[in-house]
Design a binder for this molecule. Structure first.
Ligand SMILES: CC(C)(COP(=O)(O)OP(=O)(O)OC[C@H]1O[C@@H](n2cnc3c(N)ncnc32)[C@H](O)[C@@H]1OP(=O)(O)O)[C@@H](O)C(=O)NCCC(=O)NCCS
Length: 124
């Protein structure tokens, strides 16, 4: 069953500008521990970070009705990649319990100017 969906678009130049201005500190404020390891390996960091940003916002849109304002953090909604490159959502255990262990699936795309992501919350 599908419970909710979320979508988000990010202009890559805005993320690139923030990275130019604040450096990796900007990325560190947004990325969780495991995402940070992926970020360090990516050559086009603005592209990667834009995709992650869009994905986190899309996931948060699927979660909003289960959380109070201020209870969700960019860092705790991690978007990782499986061995095929397919992205998946890694939530903290406490956050997963809040959504009664439903699952959120994610898809990400990057174009020259825009990164986009769609998320779907599914469960029994
Ligand atoms: C994965 C693929 C679809 C990416 O498409 P693209 O237009 O080059 O790039 P996009 O920006 O739209 O998508 C990139 C994102 O796709 C996602 N992605 C990568 N591999 C994926 C996979 N196997 N399944 C689903 N999503 C995948 C990732 O989130 C990636 O971004 P990230 O690495 O920052 O997380 C493309 O490289 C591809 O088709 N690869 C497989 C080719 C193949 O095996 N074809 C034959 C069978 S159809």
């Amino acid at each position: 069953m599908i419970y909710s969906i979320g979508i988000d678009l990010v202009q890559i130049r805005r993320i690139r500008a923030a990275l130019d201005r604040y450096g990796d500190k900007f990325a560190k404020r947004i990325l969780g521990e495991k995402e940070w390891e992926i970020y360090l390996e990516r050559l086009d960091k603005a592209n990667f970070l834009s995709g992650r940003f869009a994905a986190k916002e899309a996931v948060m849109k699927t979660l909003l009705s289960y959380f109070e304002h201020g209870e969700l953090y960019y860092k705790s909604v991690q978007i990782l990649n499986d061995i095929y490159g397919m992205p998946y959502v890694h939530l903290e255990d406490t956050d997963r319990e809040r959504i009664f262990k439903k699952e959120v699936k994610i898809s990400i795309s990057h174009e020259r100017e825009i990164a986009a992501a769609v998320a779907i919350m599914t469960g029994d």
